[in-house]
Design a protein around this ligand. Structure first.
Ligand code: PMP
Ligand code: PLP
Length: 481
């Protein structure tokens, strides 16, 4: 029989799995069309500036090629900005951190390459000193990959998972795809509110909720995305106690860990992590090189109890197998060039966190200078990439003059007027997790924010962006600028 080769339209929907049909993308992707408007100043996306990546280029040595190939890094960096990297040296046979393409580019043990794993283990010991013995590490392709593995290892479709009231959309959408029902725990200035969390769990009615109590809470404990909060140690202990009481695991997604502003300067220790407080093995910690080296490196690591981590490893083994060997080799070489742990902790981390601290403080100064204080409430600086700025909807004319206008609708009006002025930021609506909380209209009006990401725009754009925000809000609130 002859085959008609004319293209026939295919209805792909009948081929697609429930997983791919039900897959939701992160709400933040909706900002992209605005981002592309010429002249837009964007505080919308939380991505690092390429000048922060600690690599000035890469040289590949290739057999049969006439010359080695140089891959340039970020172009306009002046040589004075370059990091104090030690001169090239061949690793000795017995050096602990010894990148070697003959092993990195080979299929490797799924927990990770031994020399990098041993660096990671020592790092975790130095920074978090876990209080129990049965902890292990697993290398991942970054925190998105790590959290995906954790969710697949822990949850069935229909299970509940607690998240922060305003949560990272890159967590909410994959959870929804996996059929996990998320519930937001109210936040205050110190992060997840343990009293509110305990209330949700105490009042849990299995019949009403259609399922048992949540098994795990996911928390971004440092410079959180979006709320920019670093949870202080005393608050972490309170949250941990509630997790113990109700037997919850804690997934500590901490990519901004080293970007925090430390209360007593760069030499003082970081705020203790959940992992460091954990005595039971109920914390599974997720670290990433995305914000301290570069997002495209796709390398990170999980720390947790060996029984749970083994199950997570099994999910990765059938997906990515392990992170890219090129990446493992490159990052091992970078860590080694810094002088291993000492250099990483004492030279590099202060350098990179200082960049973000300066940007954070300068963004706050600019908001104070250009945006009327009757329209916004600016939080204390925490570092990281985000400022979570509250819009004072309670004094917005539409709220005051009409008892029916709803705060989210007013927030959309404010967003539209900022777009008109060509300044872009992410509205709190994008981050809102499903919630059991019942807020009055007045309370709702005090829970509207914008996430300003100060990591990317150059200084002159930061200033112009703040001016534009000030202009839009002054107009919206009908106040003098
Ligand atoms: N894309 C991906 C895959 C990310 O992980 C991030 C960092 N969170 C971003 C984009 C930019 O951040 P956000 O989506 O939070 O604006
Ligand atoms: N988790 C949070 C809270 C984030 O903000 C981000 C990105 O910024 C990620 C995970 C993704 O990190 P990675 O690039 O390691 O997948």
């Amino acid at each position: 029989p002859s085959i008609d080769l004319k293209p026939a339209p295919i209805d792909f929907s009948k081929y697609l799995s429930k997983e791919s049909t039900g897959r939701k993308r992160s709400q933040l992707k909706e900002l992209r069309p605005y981002f592309e408007i010429p002249g837009m100043i964007s505080f919308g996306v939380g991505i690092p500036h390429p000048s922060t990546w600690p690599v000035n280029g890469m040289t590949l040595s290739i057999p049969f090629a006439e010359k080695s190939v140089f891959i340039p890094g970020y172009g306009s960096r002046s040589t004075s900005d370059m990091l104090p990297v030690e001169p090239f040296s061949e690793p000795l046979k017995d050096e602990p951190l010894r990148p070697d393409l003959s092993s990195e580019l080979q299929y490797s043990a799924t927990y990770g390459t031994p020399h990098l794993l041993s660096w990671i283990k020592e790092h975790v010991q130095r920074i978090h000193s876990p209080q129990y013995d049965e902890w292990v590490n697993l290398c991942t392709a970054g925190n998105t990959d790590g959290v995906d593995g954790i969710m697949r290892a822990v949850f069935d479709r229909g299970d509940y998972m607690l998240v922060e009231e305003f949560a990272y959309p890159g967590l909410l959408s994959p959870a929804a795809t996996l059929g996990i029902r998320t519930l937001g725990v109210p936040l205050d200035a110190e992060g997840v509110n343990p009293v509110a969390m305990d209330e949700i769990l105490s009042n849990w009615n299995e019949e009403e909720r259609g399922g048992p109590r949540p098994k795990m809470i996911v928390i971004v404990p440092t410079c959180s995305n979006p709320a920019g909060v670093t949870i202080p140690a005393h608050r972490k202990r309170e949250i941990y106690a509630v997790c113990r009481k109700w037997d919850l695991l804690i997934c500590e997604d901490d990519p901004y860990c080293f970007l925090q502003i430390r209360p007593n300067g760069a030499d003082s220790p970081i705020v203790p992590s959940f992992l460091s407080l954990d005595t039971d093995g109920r914390v599974v910690r997720v670290d990433s090189f995305s914000k301290i080296v570069a997002p495209g490196s796709r390398l990170g690591f999980i720390t947790g109890h060996k029984e749970l981590v083994e199950k997570i490893m099994n999910t990765r083994e059938s997906a990515t197998q392990c992170p890219s060997g090129f990446s493992i080799a490159a990052i091992s070489a970078i860590l080694r060039a810094w002088g291993s742990h000492e250099g990483f902790e004492k030279k590099y981390i202060p350098y990179i966190s200082d960049i973000y601290a300066k940007r954070c403080l300068s963004m706050i100064d600019l908001l104070n200078k250009y945006v009327p204080s009757s329209t916004i409430e600016i939080p204390a600086p925490a570092g990281g990439m985000f400022l979570w700025v509250r819009l004072k909807i309670e004094s917005h004319p539409s709220f005051v003059n009409s008892s029916t206008s709803d705060p989210e609708t007013i927030s959309k009006e404010v967003f539209a007027s900022m777009i008109e002025e060509k300044v872009l930021m992410a509205p709190s609506e994008f981050f809102k997790a499903p919630s059991l909380a019942k807020w009055t209209r007045e309370e709702e009006a005090k829970r509207i924010y914008v996430r300003i990401s100060f990591s990317l725009p150059p200084p002159e754009e930061m200033e112009e962006g703040a001016k534009r925000m000030g202009k839009a809000l002054a107009k919206q609130w009908g106040v003098e600028q």
